[in-house]
Design a protein around this ligand. Structure first.
Ligand code: HEM
Length: 276
């Protein structure tokens, strides 16, 4: 589910929207597949690691220069031709950072959301039958999974001035790790926070996509692409199950998660599908 379906699907979606030429997409996928997940806790020395985003930067610089000369109908063209309020064009190098970041940000996160959601669909009693009968409830499912298992565990801020957060003094220059996953299970905010509830009141107040000016730019895309693929999965199957050989029987499931302090996601998810 993760490596065979979710990751290739979301990579193709973002590549298509940005305007990455089809002939380069397979190369990007191989490079991303080969790299450890962001926030890898098993890496020896993070700065010396091979970065897929650096590898892709050369390609994106070329795409953006081509779009600036001859715009097309894609997001890269919009970036290449956007201007500052005074009418000047940004340096290509700055756009490369935005474009590669957007490409990278749309990979693991959405792919992990699909597999995190599938676990609940299979193991919450009656849930897949409910969703198959009423696919319009899939968005509610996704929000509750984002709260419980949002694929980004943390985001970061740099304090620009001395301040106080929740009673803790924070000096200017301090880097702050904001544990979104912890806030999303805070018992002061969520009743029985570890429990899955399909229709939780005010569910959209979860912090899985962050908050404020830097809130996730891809949230609508992530919601749409995972909803669409789940709709298809449910419509084309009579039953979805987890492969007990890999994950054990219900009640005694075993999962292996990515060793990352940023990404919350399964390394693998083996499902069995009974065709409709
Ligand atoms: C389930 C999927 C996703 C999750 C859980 C997620 C989560 C996040 C989080 C937590 C942030 C930081 C927000 C903050 O610091 O306040 C973020 C930022 C961002 N995300 Fe996502 N994301 C997802 C999918 C995507 C996709 C599909 C794209 C690609 C289009 C994307 C593009 C971005 C960008 C560009 C930013 C930076 C925004 C900024 O700094 O202004 N994300 N995301």
């Amino acid at each position: 589910m993760v490596n065979g379906i979710a990751t290739p699907f979301v990579t193709m979606v973002i590549a298509d929207l940005l305007g990455v030429p089809p002939e380069d997409r397979e190369t990007f996928r191989e490079v991303i597949d080969a790299a450890p997940p962001p926030g890898n806790m098993q890496a020896e020395e993070a700065p010396t690691q091979f970065s897929p985003l650096e590898f892709m930067a050369g390609y994106f610089a070329r795409y953006l220069a081509e779009r600036r000369a001859a715009p097309r109908q894609d997001i890269l063209s919009e970036l290449a031709t956007a201007t500052y309020p005074d009418g000047t064009l940004p340096e290509i190098e700055d756009l490369v950072k935005m474009a590669t970041f957007m490409f990278g940000a749309g990979q693991d996160t959405s792919a992990k959301l699909l597999s995190n959601a599938t676990r609940y669909i299979v193991d919450v009693p009656g849930l897949q039958e409910t969703l198959r009968a009423e696919p319009k409830r899939i968005p509610a499912l996704l929000e509750e999974v984002l709260r419980l298992e949002g694929s980004t565990k943390a985001t970061f801020r740099l304090a620009r001035r001395d301040t106080t957060i929740g009673g803790t003094p924070v000096k200017a220059g301090t880097r702050v790790l904001v544990a979104l996953a912890a806030a999303n299970r805070d018992p002061r905010r969520w009743e029985n926070p570890d429990e899955f509830r399909l229709e939780r009141p005010r569910i959209l107040e979860h912090l899985a996509f962050g908050r404020g000016v830097h809130t996730c730019a891809g949230a609508p895309l992530a919601r749409a692409e995972v909803r669409v693929i789940l709709e298809e999965f449910l419509a084309r199957t009579r039953h979805i199950d987890l492969d007990a050989q890999h994950h054990g029987p219900p009640g005694e499931r075993r999962f292996e998660f990515e060793p990352s302090f940023i990404i919350r996601g399964l390394k693998e998810l083996h499902v069995t599908l009974e065709a409709a």
